[in-house]
Design a protein around this ligand. Structure first.
Ligand code: COA
Length: 161
């Protein structure tokens, strides 16, 4: 089987938790498309182009992962990209109800696209991009949570403010 899976998020910024889910997904599926959502409602710190670029650097060692920006419905974008699997990371039980609800909506819209959950490594299960941004904005050390290139980008971004 030659399966293309899609892993979507705002990635503002990409964290070691996302990288961990992606590393495992890249071993499970032949091709992975990382869909970087515009998410204008979240008013991201990094613009879409920067988030795509940071993601490209974060997954550079995997030759079966490509990055695409997207706007709109995830299932529609997945179908356009030829993906038949949506990968979602599950960090804890609090993610579970919401994720099952989203998966059910997505299945209703595109029954041929299956959602697969990947359990986040315990080491990363508490990370969120919002808290990483908050710590960086207060000059805290985020090196345990993000790639060194992301750490540098956060420093630069907050120096500009
Ligand atoms: N490690 C670390 N952090 C993780 C993580 C992991 N494994 N998995 C999730 N997170 C974090 C994310 O960084 C995010 O943090 P934040 O809220 O502080 O930014 C949070 O957990 C929630 O993640 P997620 O649910 O993936 O939200 P998101 O904003 O990153 O992405 C989309 C959401 C874009 C995937 C979703 O809104 C979407 O599909 N939108 C398209 C519109 C659509 O199809 N809507 C209909 C749905 S039925």
């Amino acid at each position: 089987m030659n399966i293309t899976a899609i892993y979507a998020g705002t990635f503002d910024p990409v964290t070691r938790g996302h990288q961990d889910v992606l590393a495992r997904a890249s071993r499970m599926f032949e091709q992975i498309v990382v869909a970087v959502a515009a998410s204008p409602g979240k008013q991201p710190l990094f613009d879409l182009q920067q988030r795509v670029q940071l993601m490209q650097q974060a997954v550079a060692r995997h030759d079966n992962i490509r990055i695409e920006p997207f706007n709109g419905l995830l299932v529609e974008f997945a179908a356009q990209q030829g993906a038949t699997v949506i990968v979602r990371g599950l960090r804890s039980v609090t993610d579970f109800d919401y994720e099952v609800q989203i998966a059910s909506f997505n299945r209703q819209m595109h029954p041929e696209i299956e959602t697969v959950f990947v359990a986040a490594d315990r080491e990363f299960s508490f990370i969120s991009s919002t808290l990483v941004r908050e710590i960086a904005s207060l000059s805290g050390d985020v090196s345990a949570f993000v790639d060194p290139l992301v750490e540098q980008a956060l420093k630069k971004r907050f120096e500009q403010r």
